[in-house]
Design a protein around this ligand. Structure first.
Ligand code: FES
Length: 161
């Protein structure tokens, strides 16, 4: 059953995608911005959201799901208020990302793909996030944090309530 709130969001998404289609000569090019718009509206990309995007862009649901599964920054399940994207690829690993991951597990009982019991944080372990020269690095929501240490990660995360 579609609630009034979901129906409102579907209508907003329809307008947004209509607007996006004017900016892109090929319909398929609308897909990524349409997915970002859907994620902003619904909070995450569940099956219903993906079907809306498919219907409104004309890209098959299978292709939409393929694109979403390729990009790890898309949220494919409900998440906490703040999402920590911690890089554990080679440069960050050499600079101590594994100890930071252990810190998150011990302090917040947070493992990859999970959300804290209070809904404050979710954790996504990333491959390279393109900040190797300032490793170890993470994103919290859309905020970059570089040169992480056991000392500064605590202060950084405590600023996200
Ligand atoms: S390896 Fe971590 S940002 Fe590149």
């Amino acid at each position: 059953m579609i609630t009034a709130a979901i129906a409102d969001k579907n209508a907003i998404l329809k307008d947004k995608i209509k607007e996006l289609k004017r900016l892109y000569p090929q319909t398929r090019s609308v897909l990524l911005p349409a997915l970002h718009a859907a994620e902003d509206l619904y909070g995450w990309l569940g099956d219903d959201a993906l079907e809306q995007v498919s219907m409104l862009t004309g890209v098959t649901t299978a292709e939409v799901k393929g694109v979403v599964s390729f990009y790890s920054l898309f949220k494919t399940k409900p998440h906490g208020r703040h999402v920590i994207y911690l890089c554990t690829n080679i440069a960050c690993l050499i600079m101590g990302a594994d100890t930071l991951e252990e810190y998150l597990q011990k302090t917040y009982r947070l493992s990859n793909g999970e959300t804290t019991a209070d809904g404050r944080f979710s954790l996504v372990i990333m491959e390279c996030i393109g900040a190797c020269d300032r490793a170890p690095a993470m994103l919290v929501n859309d905020d970059w944090h570089f040169n992480l240490t056991m000392e500064n990660i605590k202060e950084i995360l405590e600023s996200y309530k």
